[in-house]
Design a protein around this ligand. Sequence first.
Ligand code: ATP
Ligand code: MG
Length: 332
Amino acid sequence: TPRVFSGIQPSGDLHLGNYLGALKRFADAQEKGVQSIYCMVDLHAITVPQKPEDLKRSTRELCAGFIASGIDPEKSILINQSQVPEHAQLAWIFNCVARMGWMGRMTQWKDKAGKNAEAASLGLFAYPALMAADILIYHATHVPVGEDQKQHLELTRDIAAKFNHDYGVDFFPLTEPVIEGAATRVMSLRDGSKKMSKSDPSPASRINLTDDADTIAKKFRKAKTDPDALPSEAEGLKDRPEARNLVNIYAALSDQTIDQVLAEVGGQQFGTFKPALAELAVSKMGPITTEMQRLMADETEIDRILARGAEQAREITTPILKRTYEIVGMVG
Ligand code: ATP
Ligand code: MG
């Protein structure tokens, strides 16, 4: 049976990339009636330093973001990772299945560890093994993510396959990544070669879900672009990463293809296109922001939703961990 799992780190404020690459698409999966589990991955967030108070606030805000984006806690399971301990327990088993060499090849590791890998946390290096555990502790079959997570999902399959092979079982499924839509990789507004990220030190590099209309307009106005007018066909966006990024965002927000957008805006200068893009973003994101703020006003309700989600999740994770321990040979 198909089962969807996906997670987002409470490592900062949600941005347009998280919305278009992840959140917006989660609601679509839910509407198809597939059992879905959505997770605030706080254990992943602490692979880089987080202030305890910020982590708490970000986790609750992220939960509000999921619900405001259309995830219904009555239809999907919403959890905070550390409240379902089987994630971390299975991750340890996978730490012993995965190879150092596999981890060392991960581009997210290389990007986030930077030049001084010796000073990075061991958790940051092991991140993909925990991610594999997040997915496989549910025997999830489909994982909707942005493009940047493709390599980690391939590694998840490698871990599942190696576990099954080493223990001579057919226990963990080979998960399918679901990377679809016009905006699976939204780029930074300051640098067309970098993805938009919560952890980018420049706030001008991203549009946050909590930005007001003026801030959104200003960030798009200041977004890096080239001096040329927009082309009338997708072909004309080749070698124009910043222009392509803004057109992709427009297409994803308006549920159109790139060609449909260019048929409408081809020939426009950025001075015309950027305000239209800002207006579109405000009209799509504004209601979500308002709903997030409303939900954030009642923390106890958010905590109640997460506690109930954890209970539902553990009905799935407890037997899968138990069976894993048996396969591995743990007495219990
Ligand atoms: P961090 O900088 O802390 O890693 P992030 O912005 O990369 O934060 P994550 O929590 O790591 O966000 O990722 C959550 C989901 O959002 C994943 O499915 C990821 O693929 C997706 N995502 C992140 N950034 C983008 C982006 N720029 N475009 C499209 N999808 C994205
Ligand atoms: Mg990330």
